[in-house]
Design a protein around this ligand. Structure first.
Ligand code: ADP
Ligand code: MG
Length: 651
């Protein structure tokens, strides 16, 4: 008969040795033992006799050093970790001396915990847990935390937890050890009832009175069985066994917990330790906010500059004397008025404004203004899109006749005259000559580079050469093309013409396009520089997450051990802790983006240009998620590799 139907539990010559500091301790020494379905067995012995070691092996929390252990005919040493987890989940139910309830969960949630790992739907979990608690006389204590329950009540909660997945075997290690005598009696009668219903009960105790309740007593001494009442009285229950599970089904591994279940666990764990969570989040929040803000400001600055450049006009070509391979020492005398005249006839050119500048001081009454004086032609007005605020610009006639006239920028008019609207018609003194103010330019404001554009002092180039500059060479020529589409063609033609005239490339020709390019490039570099500083702070935040998660794992060893003892697979633990890190980082990322936008908004109130683009928040968010995935993995792996017995025996 035994051949056709294997025993529920069979140990053959099982030994368990511990190696401690060179000493070998044989906690179990050549144990052979069979336990049939439906038995009520007490394992007895004094402290240190090997009872807990035996129970850990029976419950698949530990493996023998030697010998074999079979469950329903399955050699345990041949089973995978996941199959062992499945056994702990469905076949065994543990009851510990110190209850091992999770202090943060209610009685109901403690009972329902193992059912998460068996993929029982939430509603069914709750119903089952409620029914079990009601049956154990705790119907009115469902919502209580373990700390609000007496020892006897806590132990009954742990029995309910052991039963929630329909355990066939209850393994109870000194379950009455911490209880007063009446609670102990109550618990023993509960175990008896379960035995009546067909559950196999293995009870560990050092108390003979407690062992009396069982139908079979096994005595251990120094890791050896010294007595077994098995032969005298074999009492398996006559009652029906619980819903029969076939041997194969018992070891079929379960899928990992769902992402949703892990998420729920993560949130409750984070809420429990909300202050620490906040501190962890802070690192990520600041990092992400920094990325978002810095990139927005960098991008805003760039767009600002580009806008201003565009306002100058994209069809302007400017010619400067000198060249890449010429030494720029002082005056470079290459450009002449004749050059400017020659450019005028190029196709696509509409205005050519020669410029000759010099720094001078202008006086009117007590006021003076020191700055750049430009000698030019009427084309200057049109090439640079100036408009007149008052008076007129000088004409070709003025240029021909060396007229002593001057046109002032808004700033200059304001500096020289107490009332700038009185400027036109007045005479100002410059380089010992008097000039009549004939016009004031309309204000333009600051340039792309941030300098004032309204500090113009313009005189006919002929007058300038005669009275101010002395030399005939130009400091520049501004050429305006008929449209931005021909600007680059005109630029090439201008260069070709000048090279041909001079016989060498001694001028530089730019369009605003090349300026745009240069600005974009520098600003991009700046933006990425800012972003990388911010990314470093994000990285530091990530290390913070890893650090806190490692502390977390160490602190929650007992919880991890308990989860594993009740059937969680290493993969479940890995998932739980990984997702916890992800949640921290995603939460931190989201809050960081919000904070970043808050800062951007504030900053934009102070006339600093910012750009609301999608890239920085997406980038920051994705980075913080990656940080979570990368830095959360090591702690999660550490958690999943904990040994449940070590974790549970932690004091
Ligand atoms: P009991 O539960 O009967 O009190 P245990 O099974 O806990 O006894 O321990 C049996 C023997 O094994 C004891 O001598 C104990 O010191 C030793 N032992 C138990 N666990 C370990 C361990 N992790 N490392 C070393 N020795 C151990
Ligand atoms: Mg013990």
């Amino acid at each position: 008969m035994a051949a056709s139907k294997p025993s529920l539990i069979a140990l053959q010559n099982v030994t368990r040795q511990y190696q401690t500091e060179g000493m070998q301790v044989k906690a179990l020494d050549d144990i052979s033992l069979t336990i049939e379905k439906g038995e009520f067995v007490a394992i007895m012995g004094q402290s240190g006799s090997g009872k807990s070691t035996l129970m850990n092996i029976l419950g698949c929390l530990d493996t023998p050093s030697d010998g074999s252990y079979t469950i329903n005919g399955h050699d345990v040493s041949q089973l995978s970790n996941d199959q062992l987890s499945a056994l702990r989940l469905k076949t065994f139910g543990f009851v510990f001396q110190r209850y091992q309830l999770l202090p943060s969960l209610s009685a109901l949630d403690n009972v329902a915990l193992p059912a998460i790992y068996s993929h029982t739907p939430a509603q069914e979990r709750e119903q089952k847990a409620q029914a079990l608690l009601a049956r154990l006389g705790l119907g009115d204590r469902q919502g209580h935390k373990p700390g609000e329950l007496s020892g006897g009540q806590q132990q009954r909660v742990s029995v309910a937890r052991a039963l929630i997945n329909g355990a066939e075997v209850i393994l109870a290690d000194e379950p009455t050890g911490a209880l007063d005598s009446s609670s102990g009696e109550q618990l023993l009668s509960l175990l008896k009832d379960l035995h009546e219903e067909g559950v196999t009960v293995i009870l560990i105790t050092h108390d003979a009175a407690v062992a009396e309740h069982a139908h079979r007593q096994i005595h251990l001494l120094d890791g050896k069985i010294v007595a077994d009442t098995n032969d005298a009285e074999r009492s398996t229950s006559n009652h029906a066994t619980p819903a029969h599970t076939t041997a194969e089904k018992v070891i079929a591994p379960f899928k990992s917990i769902s992402g949703f279940a892990a998420l729920t666990m993560a949130f409750s764990a984070l809420r429990l330790n909300w202050f620490r969570t906040l501190l962890t989040l802070l690192g990520i929040i600041i990092g992400v906010a920094a990325v978002v803000t810095m990139m927005a400001i960098g991008e805003g600055g760039k767009q600002d500059v580009l806008k201003k450049i565009e306002a100058i006009g994209t069809n302007l070509i400017s010619v400067r004397p000198g060249g890449g391979n010429m030494r720029n020492t002082g005056e470079i005398a290459t450009l002449t008025l004749d050059d400017a005249e020659a450019l005028r006839s190029l196709p696509g050119v509409i205005y050519v404004a020669p410029e000759r500048t010099s720094r001078k001081t202008i006086r009117f009454a007590q006021n003076d203004f020191s700055g750049r004086i430009t000698g030019t032609t009427p084309d200057y007005l049109y090439a640079k899109d100036w408009e007149m605020a008052q008076g007129v610009f000088f004409t070709e006639d003025d240029v021909t006749h060396y007229a002593p006239v001057v046109v002032l920028g808004d700033t200059v008019a304001e500096t020289l005259f107490d009332d700038k609207y009185q400027a036109v018609g007045r005479y100002v003194l410059m380089a010992n000559s008097l000039y009549q103010v004939i016009g004031v330019l309309k204000a333009k404001g600051a340039s792309a580079g941030g300098s004032d554009q309204d500090d113009e002092v313009l005189i006919p180039i002929s007058t300038g050469r005669l009275k101010v500059f002395g030399r005939a060479y130009l400091t520049g020529i501004t050429v305006k093309a008929s449209g931005s589409d021909v600007a680059s063609t005109v630029k090439d033609a201008v260069l070709a013409t000048l090279v041909q005239r001079h016989g060498t490339e001694d001028v530089m020709v730019f369009t605003t396009d090349s300026l745009v390019e240069a600005v974009t490039e520098t600003q991009n570099t700046l933006t990425w520089l800012l972003a990388s500083v911010a990314a470093i702070s994000l990285f530091v935040g990530g290390i913070g997450v890893m650090n806190i998660m490692l502390v977390n794992v160490t602190e929650r060893k007992r919880e991890i051990g308990l989860r594993m003892a009740t059937g969680a697979k290493p993969a479940d633990i890995l998932k739980q802790f990984n997702i916890e890190a992800w949640v921290v980082c995603i939460l931190g990322g989201a809050l960081g983006v919000i904070l970043g936008y808050g800062i951007i908004f504030l900053v934009s109130q102070f006339a600093i240009s910012v750009a609301y683009t999608l890239t920085p928040p997406v980038l920051a968010f994705v980075t913080s998620l990656c940080v979570g995935v990368i830095f959360g993995y090591a702690p999660a792996l550490k958690a999943s590799r904990l040994s449940p017995i070590d974790a549970l025996s932690e004091d």
